[in-house]
Each structure stands twice: as C-alpha cells, then as structure tokens.
Design a protein around this ligand. Structure first.
Ligand code: CAO
Length: 415
C-alpha cells in the first residue's frame, strides 16, 4: 500500500530523543529517512542504558524504526562533499544539534539554499531566540523551563518532572507537523523554509491550560477547583494542583482494592456534573442528589476532597478494573492507573499496532510503541532500527558514487 509521505526524502541529522522522534514518525508515514551518524560511534543512545552488552540499546531501537543508517564524517572535506550530494538529493534536513553546530560544519541556511532552494531545514533547539538561545537542553530542562515542573506535583512538595517525555518527544511531534506543513506550502511556492520547534515552546504549548489558570488567578485570586481551595493559600503564581483535573470537571486519583501492596491499584475518577445523580447512586449516597451542599457543581467545589474520599471508600472495595467496569455502565468517566507491565500485555494495544513486537538481528524480539496515528490509506509497518552504517553502501550508490569511491572513503575513515 502507498504511504502518505512516499517519495519524500529526509536527511536525518538527529540524535538522542527529540529529533529521532520526529523522523521516526515521518518514516512511519512513508518518508525515506536517511540517518547520518559518525563512523564508529553513531547516535550516542546506541550505547546508553544498554541492557545487552554490545547491542544497540532499547533507547536507540525504539526511536529509530524504519530508517536507513549511513556513517559519514561531516567535518571531513570529502565527507562534506557527500553531504552536499545528500542535501541536493533530499527534501528535508532535520537536526537537533546544539545551537550553531550545523553552521560550524559549514552548512548554514544560505549554503543549503544555494545547494537546494527547495530544501526544508527543520530544527529542534532547547530555546527559541532570546537569552537562552545558545544553551544545550535535555528533556527535564525543557519540562522545567516550559512551565510543566512548576505546575506538577503536590503543593507541599517540590516541583516534579513527569514521565511523559513532553520536552523531547513532544517537541519532535511539533516539528513533524511543521515539516509536513512546509512540504505542503512548498507545493505552491516551490521554496523550502526553516522550521524551528523550541523545546521550551513545545512544553509551554502542552501546558497552555496552566497559562489559562495563571490569568484566571491574576483576575480572581482563587481557583475553586484546585485542592488549595477553600482552606489553603494562593500566591501570585499557579500552584501545583496534585491530581486535580486540568479541565472544567473535577477529578482526583483514588485508591482501589489492593493499593497497600500494588503501587498502581488506583483509579482516576471524574465527578462529571451531568452524571452526578448516577455517581451518588453507585456509591450509595443518594441523599447527595438533593442535598443543597452537594446537588450543584458550585456547592460541591469546597467539598471536593470529601467527595473524593467518599468515592474512594467505595472504590477501595473493588479492583480498579471492577470499579471502572461498574462506573462505565453509568457513563461515569474514570480511568485505571495502568503500569507499563499492564500496557505491554494489553491485547487491544497489540491488535491496533500501538504496541508492537519487533525482531532485531542482535537483540532478538523486543516491544516498542508503534505509530499512534492511524490512517486508513497509509498503514504503518514498524521495521526494526538500522545497525550503524547498515545502508552506507546502498545510499552512496544511490547518490551516484562508484564502488571504488566508496572504498576510498571507507579506507580514509570518512564513512
Ligand atoms: N560528523 C562530524 N561531526 C558530527 C557529526 C558527524 N556525522 N554528527 C555530530 N557531529 C558533531 C557536531 O557537529 C558537534 O560538533 P561541534 O560542537 O564541534 O560543533 C558535535 O558533534 C556535538 O554535537 P552536539 O553539541 O549537538 O552534541 P552534545 O552531545 O554535546 O549535546 C544535546 C547534545 C542534545 C544537549 C545538544 O545536541 C542540544 O542541545 N540539542 C538541541 C536540543 C535537543 O534536541 N535536546 C534534546 C536532546 S534529547 O534529550
């Protein structure tokens, strides 16, 4: 079956997580992604967090599916010549080097434009233009600088980072959308363009509801759905809200049967206003349906923690799955806290290709997360990540280099 991005060639200069997330997605959508790595070493994640000595790590394999790998010393004059051919051959160059690294290699925007005016140059950087533009940035720095950490955790504890890689993978997703839009615009302009996704910006975009709350707080001095209300103090900045819902329907994480031993025996429960009657019936508090202290969302706001404690007394008599099944019968929104162990074994995720088993020549079978975007006319087949330089000969031949030229480059350690 044809794929959405068939015919699009990506010169993939990405490493670690943010950029590779982007190019992996483009590869799943059908682009030919040629990953350029340094001979002998490659993407640093090949050797990070290894679970099998000498074998590409899961960190690397899970971020580099469906790509081809070539090795090339981009600072060597002969390597630069090969890179020039690649720039002419490809539609998009994606990179997430530290600021200025591409320029230092000699591949400025102007130079790339000379070589290929249709080339789209897409970059992840830690920060956009401003005081921090020259800083190197990793995931948790972005979470902290983008507003996530200050708004995550409990009010009486320190800021927290989250396990969801919103700085790296989140920014990679933003960049992928920018690239696809630039490809679309190029159809009418015939020109490439620069696409920048800064990690701070990406995190802030994902935290936009907290900037909403910042302005609500500035205007009213209080946020009634936050756990600080009514007994705690509000300062001038949006506080950490524990497990309160980010939206208009109050929610909280509550214990289920077995919580004493199982750290994930919990349920996210939403006290959605339209099903308040059903909630009261299920938990055996029918008097709350008409009690003026509980009957309306506004009346419940100062009593939310007590409401959740009462619901919890009910959920603690059931497993999270029993509670979810029963609540869903009444259209009461809730969700079990699922561990990675449970997600890996979940048959429905295997059936849809969201969790996929992949075979790797060195490590054997492993699980990965497949393409979360499902398209009816562009199906994703997850292919294992490439070994370092596995496609060097193949790609250089496609670029028009002869076997003897390739042998010379190899002998001179350019590839
Ligand atoms: N041939 C020759 N040189 C190469 C090369 C190749 N194929 N590939 C990379 N290099 C060189 C770069 O040109 C750079 O050289 P200079 O420093 O002399 O210009 C050097 O390798 C190191 O690149 P780097 O500075 O990007 O790598 P780092 O490990 O020092 O920093 C990171 C890593 C992630 C902090 C930095 O790249 C960064 O801030 N990137 C932007 C933000 C980002 O994407 N962060 C998320 C990373 S995932 O958590």
């Amino acid at each position: 079956m044809a794929k959405a991005l068939d015919g699009v060639r990506i010169l993939d200069f990405t490493h670690v997580q943010s950029g590779p997330t982007c190019t992996q997605l483009l590869a799943w959508l059908g682009a030919d992604v040629i990953k350029v790595e340094r001979a002998g070493a490659g993407d640093i994640t090949r050797e990070q967090l290894r679970d099998i000595p000498g074998v590409d790590s899961l960190y690397f394999t899970m971020l580099n599916h469906n790509k081809r790998s070539i090795t090339l010393d981009a600072k060597n004059p002969k390597g630069k010549q090969v890179l020039e051919r690649l720039v002419k051959h490809c539609d998009v160059l994606v990179e997430n080097f530290a600021p200025g690294a591409l320029d230092r290699m000699g591949f400025t925007w102007e130079r790339i434009q000379q070589l290929n005016p249709r080339m789209i140059v897409a970059s992840v950087k830690g920060f956009g233009p401003g005081p921090y533009q020259d800083c190197k940035v990793y995931e948790n720095v972005a979470q902290c600088a983008g507003g996530s950490a200050s708004t995550t955790g409990f009010d009486d504890g320190p800021p927290l980072v989250t396990g969801a890689q919103i700085g790296d993978s989140g920014t990679g997703l933003h960049l992928a959308l920018g690239i696809v839009a630039a490809l679309y615009q190029r159809m009418s302009t015939g020109r490439g363009q620069k696409v920048l996704a800064a990690m701070q910006d990406g995190v802030l975009n994902l935290c936009r509801v907290k900037l909403r709350d910042q302005q609500r707080l500035a205007r009213t001095g209080v946020m009634q759905e936050y756990p600080q209300y009514p007994h705690g103090q509000f300062g001038s900045a949006v506080p950490r809200a524990g497990n309160a819902s980010g939206g208009g329907q109050p929610g909280w994480i509550i214990k289920c049967k077995g919580w004493e031993k199982d750290p994930n025996a919990y349920l996210y429960f939403i006290a959605q206003a339209p099903v308040w009657k059903e909630i009261c019936k299920v938990i055996g508090k029918e008097e709350w349906i008409t009690d003026p202290d509980y009957a309306t969302p506004d009346a419940r706001l100062p009593r939310l923690l007590q409401v959740f404690a009462t619901v919890e007394a009910w959920t603690m008599t059931k497993t999270k799955f029993e509670a979810m099944a029963e609540l869903n019968q009444h259209d009461i929104p809730c969700g079990p806290i699922l561990s990675m162990e449970e997600l890996a074994a979940e048959p429905s995720l295997r059936a849809t290709g969201t969790v996929v088993e992949v075979d790797h020549p060195q490590r054997g079978k492993y699980l990965t997360v497949g393409n979360p975007i499902k398209m009816s006319d562009s199906l994703t087949e997850v292919m294992r990540s490439p070994l370092l330089g596995e496609h060097t000969q193949e790609v250089l031949t496609e670029l028009g280099l002869s076997d003897s030229e390739i042998r010379t480059l190899r002998a001179e350690k350019v590839i």
